[in-house]
Design a protein around this ligand. Structure first.
Ligand code: SAH
Ligand code: SF4
Length: 367
């Protein structure tokens, strides 16, 4: 059975062509799936009955299975999705007054092993498929939109709760390039979710060659996990820096901005007490980024079991922000959301894995 969520518009059209169907059929089906949120071929009323029967025999529309669901006191929602072989990834929905942001995962685990990240500590398990990535958006819209009036028809304009997507869940999106880009295309496609490029953000730890590819193939808003102002410290915190050091990363940001939908990149900077949060670090950053139009987002460190770091206190974070602001760099401090359900950055799906492989390993090691 072919899962149709694995195809972007072009791939779906090609698959339909292989099955002797015209391109406009693919477009109709796309609209049913993403605009109407329909997963039942029988309900796709403007398709010929023979086509519906054919689709029922050869295809399916299948999102990952939800293992658990939680709602935080601030309205943040989290879904734990089963991706097979004892693995889980998470999707987090963050409601705000003027938008609804979905934080989407792209890999089960992550190979890059950043020192402060609980996903990294789990190691790499596997890439998610396009269906598993776009399925997170489909599922969230389906769940959150349950009380909304039904769109009724595949031609209706979907008016979904998810207005913004950030690829900041588990995994490094640019190391799962093809599936990620197909999913991005569905987020942007007018016959699917039709989100503006400015409302879709890829977050990367700095995979330089893939940043260039993204710029050429599917430019969207870009966030870089910077976390350190010099190579010595960044090599330690974000090991991929050893391969693509800061000078190359800054040059890649400049190249990206030539085609980006926004005229700045966002630098994410997790504040680790006594490690990277001093005024001298802020000054060094100002020098580092002086040729790159940017904003900074300071992230309070989210602790996890056995984490070797502590969260900087608010006074230190504000002082750091003020130094950057004095150099005319717009700097925000990220609000901690969903803290009571462990839905904050870098904490995702820690527990399931903790209870299985990682804790097991630790137990073995200590015996
Ligand atoms: N792999 C990508 C995207 C996923 S991580 C990347 O690294 O950018 C999303 C963001 O959460 C990154 O900025 C990451 O550095 C940050 N993060 C990871 N662990 C964290 C933690 N324990 N506390 C706060 N932020 C964390
Ligand atoms: Fe991977 Fe991002 Fe975590 Fe680093 S911060 S280990 S790149 S998920």
């Amino acid at each position: 059975m072919q899962n149709l969520l694995d195809f972007d518009a072009q791939q779906l059209t090609a698959w339909f062509a292989e099955h002797g169907e015209k391109p406009f059929r693919a477009k109709q089906v796309l609209r049913w799936i993403y605009k109407a949120g329909e997963s039942d071929f029988d309900a796709m009323s403007d398709l010929a009955i023979s086509l519906r029967e054919k689709l029922k025999l050869t295809a399916c529309i299948k999102t990952p299975t939800v293992m658990r669901e939680e709602t935080a006191s601030d309205g943040t929602r989290k879904w734990l999705l089963d991706v097979g072989t004892g693995n889980a990834v998470e999707t987090v929905y963050i409601p705000e007054e003027d938008r609804g942001t979905l934080c989407v995962s792209t890999q089960a685990g992550c190979a890059l092993d950043c020192a402060f990240c609980s996903t990294g500590k789990q190691g790499f398990n596997r890439n998610l498929s396009t269906a598993e990535i776009i399925g997170q958006v489909w599922w969230a819209n389906h769940e959150l939109g349950k009380n909304a009036p039904s769109t009724g028809s595949g031609q209706a304009q979907g008016n979904w709760p998810v207005t913004n997507v950030v690829l900041m869940g588990m995994g490094e999106p640019l190391l799962n390039f093809d599936s990620t880009v197909s999913a991005l295309r569905l987020m942007l496609d007018d016959n699917a979710y039709g989100l503006s490029r400015r409302r879709v953000t890829v977050s990367t730890s700095g995979v330089v060659p893939a940043m260039d590819r993204l710029r050429d193939e599917c430019p969207v808003a870009l966030a870089i996990s910077l976390h350190a102002p010099n190579d010595a410290l960044r090599n330690e915190l974000v090991p991929i820096n050893q391969k693509y050091p800061l000078k190359e990363l800054m040059a890649a940001c400049q190249r990206y901005l030539e085609k980006a939908p926004r005229d700045f990149v966002t630098f994410e900077y997790v504040m680790l007490a006594g490690v990277n949060d001093g005024v001298q670090h802020a000054r060094e950053l100002i020098n580092l980024v002086h040729d790159v139009p940017c904003k900074f987002n300071l992230i309070p460190f989210n602790p996890f079991p056995q984490a070797p770091y502590q969260r900087s206190d608010m006074e230190t974070v504000k002082r750091f922000r003020d130094v950057l602001m004095q150099a005319d760099i717009v700097t925000t401090i990220r609000k901690v959301r969903g803290d009571d359900i462990a839905a904050a950055c870098g904490q995702l799906a820690g527990q399931v894995q903790d209870k299985t492989k990682r804790t097991h390993r630790l137990q073995e090691a200590s015996q």
